[in-house]
Structure formats: structure tokens, C-alpha cells
Design a protein around this ligand. Sequence first.
Ligand code: ADP
Ligand code: ZN
Length: 714
Amino acid sequence: MNPLQVLTDFFGYNKFRGSQEAVITAVLQGHDSIALMPTGAGKSVCYQVPAMVVSGLTLVISPLIALMKDQVDALNGLGIPAAFINSTQSVSEQRFISEQVLQGKVKLLCVAPERLFSGSNGWNGFLQKANLSLVAVDEAHCVSQWGHDFRPEYLKIGMLREAFPDIPFLALTATADPQTRKDIAEKLLLKDPLWFISSFDRPNISYQVALRSDSFQKLMGFLSGRSEDSGIIYCLSRKSVEDTAEKLAGLGFSALPYHAGLEKEVRDRHQDLFIKDEVKIMVATIAFGMGIDKSNVRFVVHMNMPQSIESYYQETGRAGRDGLPSEALLFYSYGDSVTLTRMLENADSPEYVEVAKAKLAKMVQFCQLNSCRRRYLLTYFGEKPSEDCGNCDVCFRAGKQLDATVPAQMFLSAVVRLGESFGMGYVILVLRGSASAKIQGAHKSLSVFGIGKSQSEDYWKKLGNALIREGYLVSVGDPYPVLSLSPLAWDKLKSKEKIQLALESDEFRQGLVGEDSYDKGLFEKLKNLRFSLARKLGVPPYLVFSDATLVEMAVHYPEDAMAFRRIHGVGQLKAERFGDDFLRLIRNYIIENQLKPKKPMPQPIKKAAKSAPAGTVSETLRFFERGLDLEGIAQERALSPKTVEGHLVDLIEQGKIPVGSFLTVDEVDEILGEYRKQDTGFLKPLKEFFGEKYSYFELKVALAHHAYSKRTGQ
Ligand code: ADP
Ligand code: ZN
């Protein structure tokens, strides 16, 4: 199998991201390589995909024992035979796994570094016998004394390098300072390694710093409206962790504490509840997070300033690994730097104190910035960003304002039409054309009724708040505040001037998810289904599907197995395991809500995988119309027949080629009859039923025709 095929079949992604492909190519060509990528960029794919391409064993060295089981579970869930060996297992378990490895039943084996050199060191012999073909060193910065996670065992990896001179080593890390980089290459004894340095930008994370006065009030404001989101709140001391968690829980938030002073059992339980989405907020010291690979963390709050930009970046980096918009909020007070400096001065090594103080000063500077925060972070890590980000608090304030003229006019008109006598909630119901019984009859015939349907309630709330903040709307009255227009707003309306609003990250969010944002109702249902499946299987929900994958379903409404398989993050195995449940839910949702699919499906994987040269399908159509058959087109276009088949199936689905070119009416009926009878939504059982009678291509043709007629009602 080639790497792309592994990516699509097992992971369900249709293209490589960033430097993944380059790294994988280097590895497969046998080079030693070093990949520096920020958290969430997809480092693991860089060795997981080669593991399935090369013939022998891929060894993954990782210091995070807690993470191994998750990673291995996730891989097995994708159909990749993986295992781990570490000290949490009994001797007989370890022996069992070793045997599996020797029998070639394991493609990817995770171990902690100490394992490699423990005991009689029979490991090299074992690895020889296991046909070792690739070594991935995860968290490679642990080899450097300069880093904050130095692990002496990592220094011994060099010995493994020498014992296996002909096998490629791949070192991966998300930590970037120049000294550590140098150490990685030298201390691991890598041979002329190729460097792959990705940008450390995490564009989906929005950075914000706020002064710490009234921090708890500010925190409440931040958390309200995020009750469905997972997040981490970091506090400096165990005591403040406990206090904050207790206060939040007392106010009805789903929050639990985590710090090293808690019983291990309690800690593990809290962490587990968080990972499984059963608890939304983890209030923690920085002891929490190292071993966490939860992709849908939507926010990270620091109640105090971290000690260095590196720590800050690593901790905030735990947000938004799934690529969806996420928030990093830091509360800062000058007192923090005084406290931290004092703590530092107790350390015994003077050199360490010097380095640490310098790092602290950089962190203070970050908090006090009057310029783009992302720019500062990226510059710190050696990049040269060319422009401000527009997605941090400084950019928001600095008038990186968006043109909100149209929605603002809608909002203001609605307030006027309602006689300036209603509150925000009611105005939004009217804008969205709500069917709520609260709406007075006369208001349903207003011209503004329902003009804001396409945006969510949340969006309008944020816009309304921005209008208040910027002095366009006045909200007075207690306990039922009523909205009215300020003179400024009247001026703007009369002069038809543009209305610019400094939209906070939340409104920005909408833009990032895409202007047609997803169906929130469906998304919630999908999440519930995911939750109950995960519970049944005893795994964290994100192992079933990531949030990003569910969001895509809530955009595209896949109705059959083929469409489902095209959703990002749906691989072969997961489609087979979970397809039925999710498809049933989506179909019911469509019926209940009388929806027609509103967006065309993403392009089939086959096309996208070839980076979809636009027009290649229509090119096939032209040849077809000139009378060439499948083979003929493949030859003429120097494409594989499989690719051309894919084009033809697409064209049938689009109604551009009649199904009659490939099948008779009776044949179509026969195939579709059986398809309905089986009601699995999958091709494989259909093929098994018909055996040699129909090829996969012919079955796909019939189903494509079916999809076309269903869509057009023909
Ligand atoms: P890292 O180890 O760099 O923090 P991960 O390997 O955990 O990142 O990947 C982060 C997320 O991105 C995971 O959910 C992963 O499945 C996803 N991902 C990785 N590669 C791709 C890709 N090519 N396309 C889409 N998603 C990807
Ligand atoms: Zn910025």
C-alpha cells in the first residue's frame, strides 16, 4: 500500500497536512529525519503511516506511559495492529505481546525508553528477530538537558541507533528552541538527519490576556455560553485549584479538580471523566495535561502567568487539536512575576536561575504587549510572520474590525420595528423567525421577521453585545432590560455608513468554521450518539469520531455509506463499525426536520486524493461523449482504469451520464432491490450476495444512479 492509501483507508483523511508527506517520503527512503511540528499538527501520522507501508516492525519510543494505551487503542480502532509494552503490565502480559510481535502480528510497538535498556538487554536481539524497520522517537526534546522535560534514559537511544545502523530513525517534537534542536540531532546520534520544521502557528487558537482584577467574575463571563465545551483551567497552587473547582461546581458548572496532592485513584478518575466528556472542565495545576491527548479541548485558561513562553505555548497547545476554533485566555497581574521570580531564586544552580529569569521576562513582555500576540509568539520561536493575526485580543481591540454593516443593520432595524420595547432575547427570536409561542402575532408579519435565519442564536447574541459595547445600542431596565438605538446608531443608519465592529473571538469562530456554519441541532445529536457508543465500548468519545468529523457530518448530512465514507476522519473500519448508527440518526434527522441536503458532498476521496485537478472528471466526460469506453479513456488519458471508474461513477451521480450506458433497467432494479433489502448501506455485503454476477464498478454505478434519482426525484 502506498502512504496516501493508508491515510485514506485507515485514517479516513484525504490528504496529508503540512510537511507530513515530505517527512514520510524521507522516512521511506531510509533517511534519518527530525520533524518539528506544533502540537496538533499531526506528528503521529508521520510514523503511523510508514508503519503500515514498511514490511517489518515500527518501534515508537515515548516517555508518556499514560498516553500509550490511548494511542494503541486509537490505532486498533482504526484497524492498525499496534501494541505497547510498559511497566503497567504484568510479566505475562508483556510476554504475550512480545510473542505477538515476533509472530509479526504487531506493526507498531510503543515502549518507554527505560524499557529498551533494562535487564539483560536482550532487547536488541528481540528487535532483530522482530524485523525492526523503523524507529520513531516521540517527544524527542526529552534528550536535551536544556528542555524542561529532560529524561536521562533518552540519552541511551543513541546506543540503539548504533545497534541498528541501517534503519531510519525519525525524531519528533513540538518544542523548538535552537539549543534543544541541536541536542536532538547530536545526542540521538542521527546520521545527517533531514530537518522538517513546520510553522508553530496554531491559527485556530485565539489568544487573549486579561488583567487579573475580578478574575473570577471575568472567568464566569467567559464560561457562560460555553457550557457544552471542554476546557482546562490552570491554577498555580493546589489550594486555588480546589477553591476554583469547588466554586465552579457550586455554580452548576461541570468541573473537577486535578493536582498531584490528590490520591492517584481520584486523579485518574477525574482525568478519565474529563477525557470521556462526562466532565467538561478540569481545574488543574500544570501537573495535568502531559499525558492528555483529547482533541476537543475548546479552551485553556491560565489563572496565573506561566513561567515561560514554552510552557504557555505547550499548555495552550492542548486546546483545539482537532483544528476547530479554540480559546486561550490568560489572567495576568504584575504580582505574578514577582512571585515567580521569588520562587526561582530558591533554585540552587545560578545558571539555571539566569536562564529561567530571562524566560520569565519574555513571558511578562508577552502579557504586556500592545501588538499582536501571535506575532510575538511566532517570532519567539524563530519565525517571521508577515502580518498581524486578527485573532488575538490585541488585534481585536486594535480595530482589526470586520465590516458588520449588513447584520448590524438587520439587528438595528429589528429593534426599531419592535418599537424599541423588547430585550435582546426577543429581538433575536424575531430575527431568526422563531416558531416560539412567545412571539406576538403581529410581529410575525414584520419585514424583519426571519431575515436573520441563516445565523445562529449565538451569533446574534454576540453581535448584539458588540453593538451595545460599541455604543450603538442601549440596554436599560431591570430585571427586564429593553434595547433602544443610540444617536450614533441613528446617524449610521441615516448616512448609510459602514458599521465596523471589533468582533470578539466568538463571532470570529463562526467565520472560521465556515460561513455556512454547521447544523447545531444535528451536531448535538451526533455528539450524544457518539457519547453513548463510546460508553458502551468503554473508550473516550473522540476515539469514535473527533468533533471536527461530527461537524462535517452536520454540514454535509451524509445519507448513505458512500457519502459517509467521504467525511473527513471516517476510515474504512470506522465506517463499518459506526456507519449504521450514524447514518440512521442522520436520515431520521433529515426526515424529522424535513431537510433536503443543502450542501453538495465533498469530492470523493479518489479524486481529492489525486489533489483533484479541477476538470479531470469533465475531461473524462468529454472522452466518454466522444464514444470511448472505460479502457479507451484510461489509455487515452494515461490514468488507471480505477480512476476512470471513479470519474464515471461521479458523472452518473451528477446525472451527466445515463445509467443505461452500463446497466439495463432490470439489472439496476435487481441491484437496488437487494440493496434496499439488505439495508446496510454498504457495498461489501452487496458484492458478496451477487458474487461474480456484478463487478464492484457495476454495483457502484447502480448506487450512484440511485443517489442521483433520489436527489432529483426522478
Ligand atoms: P500531534 O502529535 O502533532 O500533537 P496528532 O498526531 O495527535 O498531533 O494529530 C492531531 C489531530 O490531527 C489528530 O486528531 C489527527 O488524527 C489529525 N490529523 C493528522 N493528520 C491529519 C491529516 N492529514 N488530515 C486530517 N487530520 C489529520
Ligand atoms: Zn493578533
